[in-house]
Design a protein around this ligand. Structure first.
Ligand code: PMP
Ligand code: GLN
Length: 378
């Protein structure tokens, strides 16, 4: 076999979920809710199937869902995406990311990846023949724009942005987006903007989408996911919004790699999006969980880092252990009974930090049980 991704092991999410199951640990590792989705949403899928929506939809996605996505983006961010030309429904955010990357990079290109970075970026870039160039965030997980500028070379073709940011929970500011816009314009870069946590921002923070900034919007692939927003990560339905030329390039690949996505769930999501209340209430819903979880961890030796968005809480465990991050995450799972994700897996190069990530998209009882175990053990 050709040696594709020769250095790739098994993704940390699979590894830690398996370890958690094996040891009966509370799984705060892999990011997914342990509670059900809105029964009304589930019913709309059944209804769509009963209504006969079971054959291939158009290659680009069910028109009603593309319209709902374009309308929501345009209302929220002041953009003017066209439902037919600029929105493509994808098999989750993951496919949106890899197809967008493949649409704009090729052999010998470089892609700037702000680290820590979600673990699918690096392999997606390499599979496209390009090279990921990691640029670490600052010590408190802000984007270091001078380091980004210093990393640009004549081969740089694109930059990966992720806000709200997994794993740090940071939310990029309007100034961050403006600086990105200047850099992208100056060096003629594409931007792949991973905004799957767009509806999880806390304490009144505002999600700064690339769609809000005209100069950025015209060179960006905006990636979204319904799995996060509606508590259905297993549906794997997302979207990519991009201006016509970029969407055309995206669709050239999409039509032969995926062609189209599960029909009934697209109809269900289109119907469900008619009511803004579910996604409008999401930040408040997760802010309450964040606050309860943080309060429950007070008194452990874990230092809580700021969490401005996403459903992840990163902690510094330096006061309780000297183990490297992966070893600590394993120890926490097998000995304390709580699974976490080590931040080391989100970097190309080893770091000296002592940080792990907990997912708080869990029932209150689950979070309370995890906190109790951590209180007892640390
Ligand atoms: N980007 C980020 C930052 C994520 O955390 C995830 C998954 N949790 C994805 C993309 C992938 O989204 P999906 O499950 O819709 O493929
Ligand atoms: N994105 C999720 C996380 O960060 C996991 C998705 C996956 O399992 N690949 O935890």
């Amino acid at each position: 076999l050709p040696a594709k991704l020769p250095n790739a092991g098994t993704t940390i999410f699979t590894v830690m979920s398996a370890l958690a199951a094996e040891h009966g640990a509370v799984n705060l590792g892999q990011g997914f809710p342990d509670f059900g989705a809105d029964p009304a949403l589930l019913q709309t899928v059944t209804d769509a199937m009963a209504a006969g929506h079971n054959q291939y939809p158009p290659m680009t996605g069910v028109p009603a869902l593309r319209r709902a996505v374009a309308d929501k983006l345009n209302a929220l961010y002041g953009s003017a995406y066209d439902a037919d030309g600029d929105i493509t429904i994808t098999a989750g955010g993951t496919q949106g990311l890899i197809t967008a990357l493949h649409a704009c990079v090729g052999a010998g290109d470089e892609v700037i990846v702000i680290e820590p970075a979600y673990d699918s970026y690096d392999p997606a870039i390499r599979l496209g023949g390009a090279m990921p160039v990691g640029v670490p965030m600052t010590a408190d997980y802000r984007i270091d724009w001078s380091a980004v500028r210093a990393a640009v070379t004549p081969r740089t073709r694109a930059l990966m942005l992720n806000t709200p940011h997994n794993p740090s929970g940071r939310v990029a500011s309007a100034d961050d987006l403006r600086e990105l816009g200047r850099i992208a314009e100056q060096h003629d870069l594409f931007v792949i903007s991973d905004e799957v946590y767009e509806h999880m921002v806390f304490d009144g923070a505002v999600h700064q989408s690339v769609a809000r900034f005209a100069g950025l919007r015209e060179r960006s692939f905006l990636v979204g996911s319904f799995g996060k927003t509606f508590h259905v990560t297993g549906w794997k339905v997302g979207f990519v919004a991009a201006p016509p030329a970029l969407s055309a390039a995206f669709r050239r690949l999409h039509q032969y790699t995926v062609f189209t996505v599960h029909t009934p769930t697209q109809h269900a999501l289109a119907a469900y999006l008619a009511d803004p209340a579910p996604w409008q209430g999401l930040s408040g819903f997760y802010q309450a969980k964040r606050d309860a979880f943080r309060a429950a961890l007070a008194g452990t030796g874990l230092k809580l880092l700021p969490c401005e968005g996403t459903y992840f809480q990163t902690v510094d465990y330096g006061a309780v252990s000297d183990l490297p991050e992966l070893d600590f995450a394993r120890w926490l799972t097998t000995e304390i009974g709580v699974a976490a994700i080590p931040l080391s897996v989100f970097y190309q190069r080893p770091q000296q930090r002592r940080h792990v990530r907990f997912c708080f998209a869990k029932r209150d009882e689950t979070l309370a049980e995890a906190a109790q175990r951590l209180q007892r053990g640390l």
